[in-house]
Design a binder for this molecule. Structure first.
Ligand code: HEC
Ligand code: HEC
Length: 401
């Protein structure tokens, strides 16, 4: 995509959508239910969201997926809680967070306090949620480098998978196979915290519909994520034109926005000093690299190659009870998450407390590591027994990514 198209794509990524009917037909169709009015509201500058420290909210960039034990959405509220609605309709409710705290002792006597968000819905707009509905909280991730993740060959990802742990290292990892709307066939998912989207285009379509309430080709209902039980919402004015396939965002708009996202380059690593280099060696000795795979070689059409350094294998791993949230999605179990890319993690944590992991619960890199369990339990145990200097070296290395 060329410079001008990228600039237009960026403007659309930042566009504040308005409710229908309005005088600016091209930018209306918001909602009726929505989480935010623009992509940029949750991904500022294409970056990641942040949890407010006191849990006082509203945390716009935090989404709550709604699922029962079998993965179906709430019969009234659908698959996602939308905290905003167009004038005249009730919003679905306010997501309110509290935190549960617990201490984890390290071998050298230090104790690290971990916090876990506990969500509830205040002022539910459509009656009580189904008692079986559970929440999965997701904080908007950084979008830099998505095109590089997309360019990695399926076969290279598949080669890392070891679903039955045949090599006996305690780490399995599997592909999340999806029937992709965009590709029209079974493909491995690679975007989203549970690898639920095959690529940027698909995730952009999902985001338009579920997060902003903007219909797209193939998901053309103007009422967005309103369920049958939300009749007034289904009947509200929308921005679809009368044509059979003229949704609120056209194929061109989706392409331009996806093109802008694809243009965001991967984060660049920072120079390493001796401590960081020692930390890099620990990263490998301890086994972090078994999931956070440092590098993939990507082949261009003319057979030349380049390296992509995302520090992820793009596979699903069982991360244990601590990170499980009781919500299956697609074929992914509640405790399975796609290895988070670590590129860019240095910049995210440079300014003090950050919001790491899928729901932003970890404020520091060490907290994020200590939440790892399941397949990563052995690795975390080795981190727990490092001395303070080695721990600092590991963190110092992560801060160069
Ligand atoms: C209300 C907040 C919100 C809005 C608005 C939003 N996103 Fe997101 N975005 C998220 C969250 C949360 C995720 C993680 C979703 C998941 O894994 O379930 C995400 C994931 C993504 C991903 C995949 C990133 C990855 O690391 O795999 C892309 C690409 C993306 N969003 C693009 C967009 C685009 C384009 C728009 C506008 C059309 C948009 N988003 C609007 C919150 C938002
Ligand atoms: C078994 C696979 C596995 C191993 C081993 C592993 N990780 Fe992870 N890591 C993950 C997954 C999956 C996530 C995403 C979890 C989530 O969001 O809930 C993650 C998330 C992270 C995050 C948070 C990233 C972010 O953007 O929020 C950091 C930091 C991290 N890992 C560092 C490490 C380090 C350091 C080690 C070695 C001590 C390690 N990991 C070992 C799979 C693994």
């Amino acid at each position: 995509m060329q410079g001008l198209d990228i600039a237009v794509g960026q403007a659309l990524f930042e566009r504040i959508w308005v409710s229908s009917p309005s005088s600016t037909r091209a930018a209306d169709g918001l909602g009726p239910l929505f989480n935010a009015r623009s992509c940029a509201a949750c991904h500022p500058g294409g970056g990641r969201g942040r949890l407010l420290d006191d849990g006082g909210g509203p945390d716009i960039s935090l989404l709550a997926r709604l699922r029962d034990a079998n993965g179906a959405g709430d019969s009234v509220y659908g698959v996602q809680l939308q905290g905003m609605a167009v004038p005249g309709l009730p919003a679905e409710g306010r997501l309110v967070l509290g935190f549960e705290y617990r201490g984890v002792p390290l071998a050298d006597g230090t104790t690290v306090t971990l916090r876990r968000p506990v969500a509830r819905v205040a002022d539910p707009g459509y009656g009580p949620l189904d008692p079986d509905t559970r929440f999965s909280l997701r904080l908007a991730p950084n979008l830099a480098g998505m095109a590089a993740l997309e360019a990695i060959d399926d076969a290279d990802i598949a080669a890392m998978a070891d679903p039955d742990d045949v090599d006996g290292d305690g780490i399995s990892g599997r592909l999340h196979w999806l029937t992709s709307e965009s590709y029209g066939k079974r493909v491995p998912g690679r975007l989203g915290f549970k690898a639920t989207a095959a690529g940027i285009d698909e995730q952009t379509r999902i985001a338009f519909v579920q997060d902003i309430g903007i219909s797209v080709p193939g998901r053309a209902a103007g009422f967005g994520e309103c369920t049958v039980a939300q009749a007034a919402c289904r009947a509200a004015p929308h921005g679809n034109s009368p044509g059979p396939d003229d949704p609120e965002a056209s194929a061109l708009v989706v392409d331009l926005v996806s093109g802008f996202v694809a243009s965001l380059p991967p984060p660049s690593p920072r120079p390493m000093d001796a401590d960081a280099r020692a930390g890099e060696a620990l990263f490998h000795d301890i086994g972090c690299h078994s999931c956070h795979r440092p590098v993939f070689t990507v082949r261009r059409e003319d057979e030349s190659t380049y390296d992509v350094k995302p520090y992820t294998d793009l596979l699903l791993h069982d991360m244990g009870e601590g990170l499980a949230d009781g919500v299956p999605e697609g074929d992914a179990n509640p405790g399975e998450w796609r290895t988070a890319p670590l590129w860019g993690i240095g910049a995210v944590t440079a300014g003090g407390d950050a919001s790491l992991l899928h729901d932003g619960r970890a404020r520091t890199l060490l907290e994020a590591i200590l939440w790892h369990g399941g397949e990563a339990a052995g690795t975390v145990e080795r981190v727990r027994t490092l001395d303070a200097r080695q721990r600092d070296q590991l963190i110092r290395f992560l801060k160069t990514l």
